[in-house]
Design a protein around this ligand. Structure first.
Ligand code: SF4
Length: 169
């Protein structure tokens, strides 16, 4: 089974269409709903309990999710050092991929990176020079993927535009 581990609801970007941004425009009109703005920004997990949980399912796939999960690189490393799922995956905006040691990058089955399309569109929605930063980071991690890991699909692009690995040759 696929499980999403939401590590934080904070993000390194402020995309124009992001739910987090949209909420701020609602001017507190939630039609009777009581919104708790004091919820913690970051989630903490009992790593040993997570391991026990995951050990019960041979098909367990853990996907690090956010906000931006790579704001919590220490937690990601601790979980990857202890828990043994069938696969690890991560859904990221790609901005901090260069901060993740290649030893960990190589252990991901799939890295899902969000972009909005071409350079103009991505920078329009995500911010100045974000497209270039993401592509540079993808080139970096591609260089660091070992020959063994190269056999399997390690990088996938998402959000409106699906690009092949050849894109970052
Ligand atoms: S990268 Fe994702 S979570 Fe972060 S601001 Fe953009 S849409 Fe929101």
């Amino acid at each position: 089974m696929f499980f999403h581990l939401i590590l934080t609801n904070e993000c390194s970007l402020k995309c124009k269409y992001c739910f987090g941004e949209v909420v701020e425009d609602f001017e507190e009109n939630f039609e009777g709903l009581d919104i708790d703005y004091q919820l913690p920004k970051t989630t903490s997990y009992d790593y040993k309990l997570l391991k026990k949980f995951c050990d019960k399912d041979k098909e367990c796939v853990l996907t690090f999710y956010g906000g931006e999960p790579l704001l919590c690189i220490d937690s990601i490393k601790k979980i990857m050092d202890l828990v043994i799922p069938k696969f690890f995956m991560v859904q990221t905006n790609g901005v901090f991929l260069d901060r993740l040691d290649s030893a960990y990058v190589n252990r991901f089955h799939t890295i899902l990176v969000s972009i909005d399309g071409n350079e103009f569109l991505t920078n329009h929605y995500r911010g100045k020079n974000i497209y270039r930063k993401i592509i540079d980071n993808l080139k970096l991690i591609k260089r660091n993927i070992t020959e063994k890991e190269r056999e399997k699909p390690t990088i996938i692009y998402t959000n409106n535009l699906f690009l092949s690995r050849e894109f970052i040759k």
